[in-house]
Design a protein around this ligand. Structure first.
Ligand SMILES: Cc1cc2nc3c(=O)[nH]c(=O)nc-3n(C[C@H](O)[C@H](O)[C@H](O)COP(=O)(O)OP(=O)(O)OC[C@H]3O[C@@H](n4cnc5c(N)ncnc54)[C@H](O)[C@@H]3O)c2cc1C
Length: 576
């Protein structure tokens, strides 16, 4: 193996967004040798840097408590989260916020006390304004990491390194392997414990506000390693994302500031192509609900020619206009792009925003594979079938800290598992099989386009069994006829075509995981709506869909959700 390098670390963290970076800090605070890998540049890669300005906690507001917070998370997630795991998130919310505050993250404050704002789905104000959004959060965490990277380093950062396989032996994780884009070598990381913090799969959908690299690698990597991946059918769409004109496509426009439940006379409107307001008056719902009513307009033929609806805030009160000007990040962005939200209605459509499904974790972020931990958007049993505003950052910080700590503790007592040379050789050969033009070669970007097309057609917010079966079959045909033909020119350093070949293989698995899980969930729940099963089934025990990938075969099973104090009423009900 000519172009091959290997290194060793106690803890390996895959992903350097808000979750992975927080995990690295917590592993290093335990004095544990840690490597942090990211497929792009550190501080600029993943969903976190494009994230907006909401960070939720629970404050000393009248009527609030961690228990009430948990109830709202569970009800908003339609009982699909494991309540012991979600409980950790709300119980440790304030520790996480105070930790970030002490690092220098700037939150909304009044007289030096945190100043939370109301959000849909929460009866008490819980959302802090995080000044500078995800980029500010990540750059502050990055600064802290840099304290550990100085010689002799506790954390080493490996940028531009795309992990293609996680290595498991005798049922325990012992490393990961991938392409080091900078050097054009295959790099093996030998470790005692691993934290997967690879973010979400938003960019499997054409209409998405996520960056192009969020291709869902983490879910495929985990499933291939024998880790339980749950609820992959649950993809959260952000309802009001710019659709037309092209300059605003993919830009999230915070409906939380544009529509207003407490003061409907102040709020804006969602209009269909006939200029009729269709959004229920006096109601600003959670994201799953608004997405559903918008998508219904489009599916039933009342959408715009581009497949969206209009957001109209031109007639709102001066008071609300002022609030939009002051608080709504997207208002300023839109102005820069030549669109004045306060003077013209704009075309919007729900866009893939956050992947709610993912790795099933326990409260310590451990999984069914010893030594394998996960955190952040890569996990799948924290929020359930919908996520409340500002709860992703919260999740990344609470579980990032826990995952890093748990991995460090695991590594302390673990011995080194020997490397399985045949497995490494086989992955090396697979990675290199893409290099060099083939006679029947196919561009990886063409296959990416085909997958995105299939996902967009069959895996939107409203689905049915027939379409889902077609989707699975068509992805499988891309897999069989397309993947082996992908090729890239034979150059080594920064060969993005080469990296894309790896990404497309993982994307294919991820898309199939979403389609198969959606097919297995014979009910409508939260963000997942089945036309052929339009009710939420709370008569039978609430179930996680669980995807398994063994020897290239994908199976979907199910297991009971860990309910707790909060139980649904045992009935079949319309989801909204
Ligand atoms: C437009 C937008 C606005 C948002 N606003 C908010 C908000 O205001 N509040 C809130 O709470 N949430 C918000 N979210 C959601 C939130 O930003 C994300 O859920 C969260 O930042 C995810 O963090 P993460 O660390 O889990 O993943 P990411 O930030 O996506 O990081 C993933 C990391 O994994 C790496 N990676 C992926 N695959 C591989 C691989 N194969 N090999 C090596 N590395 C890999 C990536 O390079 C990256 O470093 C928003 C999302 C979007 C899209």
């Amino acid at each position: 193996m000519e172009r091959f390098q290997q290194e060793q670390t106690d803890v390996l963290i895959i992903g350097a967004g808000a979750a992975g970076t927080r995990a690295a800090i917590s592993s290093a605070e335990n004095g544990t040798k840690t490597i942090l890998v990211t497929k792009g540049p550190f501080g600029k890669s993943g969903i976190t840097p494009v994230g907006f300005e909401g960070f939720s906690g629970n404050f000393d507001q009248p009527g609030d408590s961690p228990e009430f917070h948990l109830e709202e998370v569970v009800r908003s997630g339609k009982f699909l989260c494991d309540q012991d795991v979600a409980a950790v998130m709300v119980q440790e919310a304030m520790d996480a916020i105070q930790y970030c505050d002490a690092l220098g993250v700037k939150f909304s404050k009044r007289d030096s006390a945190f100043e939370p704002f109301p959000t849909p789905g929460c009866k008490v104000p819980r959302l802090l304004k995080l000044w500078g959004g995800g980029m500010a959060l990540l750059s502050t965490l990055k600064k802290k990491v840099e304290e550990f990277t100085a010689y002799p380093s506790i954390i080493d950062v490996r940028e531009d390194t795309l992990i293609s396989k996680i290595l498991v032996r005798d049922g325990r994780v012992y490393g990961a392997i991938g392409l080091d884009l900078k050097k054009g070598v295959v790099r093996l990381f030998h470790c005692k414990a691993l934290v997967l913090a690879g973010g979400g799969a938003g960019h499997l959908w054409r209409h998405s506000d996520c960056p192009p690299e969020s291709t869902g690698d983490a879910f495929a990597l985990a499933a291939q390693a024998g880790v339980k991946v749950v609820n992959m059918e649950q993809q959260l769409f952000y309802p009001t994302v710019g659709l037309f004109p092209p300059a605003i496509k993919g830009l999230e426009i915070s409906y939380e500031w544009c529509l207003n439940k407490e003061h409907p006379e102040l709020g804006g409107w969602l209009l269909n192509s006939k200029n009729a307001a269709f959004y229920p008056e006096n109601e600003v719902g959670t994201r799953d609900f608004i997405t559903h009513v918008m998508e219904k307009e489009v599916v039933e033929g009342r959408g715009t020619s581009h497949g969206g609806v209009y957001l109209d805030v031109t007639g709102v009160s001066e008071e609300r206009k002022e609030l939009i000007r002051r608080m709504n990040y997207s208002y300023k962005r839109l102005l820069q792009l030549g669109v004045d939200l306060l003077h013209e209605k704009i075309e919007v459509a729900p866009a893939a925003h956050t992947t709610l499904g993912g790795v099933k974790i326990e409260t310590d972020c451990g999984t069914n594979v010893p030594g394998f931990f996960a955190c952040g958007e890569a996990t799948g049993n924290v929020h359930g079938a919908n996520r409340l505003a500002g709860h992703s950052y919260l999740d990344t910080q609470v579980f990032g800290a826990r995952a890093g700590r748990s991995a460090a503790e695991f590594a302390k007592d673990a011995d080194w598992l020997p490397i399985a040379d045949d497995e490494v050789k086989s992955e090396y050969t697979k990675i290199f099989s893409h290099l060099g033009w083939k006679t029947d070669g196919i561009a990886p970007c063409k296959l990416k386009e085909e997958i995105v097309q299939l996902v967009g057609t069959y895996l939107g917010p409203i689905r049915d069994g027939k379409g889902l079966t077609r989707c699975v079959n068509e992805i499988e045909s891309v897999e069989v006829s397309g993947l082996p033909r992908m090729d890239a020119p034979e150059t080594f350093e920064y060969n993005y075509d080469w990296a894309e070949c790896i990404e497309v293989s993982l994307m294919c698995d991820c898309a199939k995981m979403v389609a198969k899980s959606a097919l297995a969930r014979n009910e409508s729940r939260g963000t997942h709506f089945r036309k052929d099963f339009p009710l939420t089934d709370n008569v039978n025990p609430v179930q996680h869909t669980v995807v398994w990938l063994t020897n290239g075969r994908m199976e979907v099973t199910s297991e009971d959700v860990k309910l707790g104090k909060f139980q649904p009423t045992r009935e079949k009900i319309p989801p909204f």
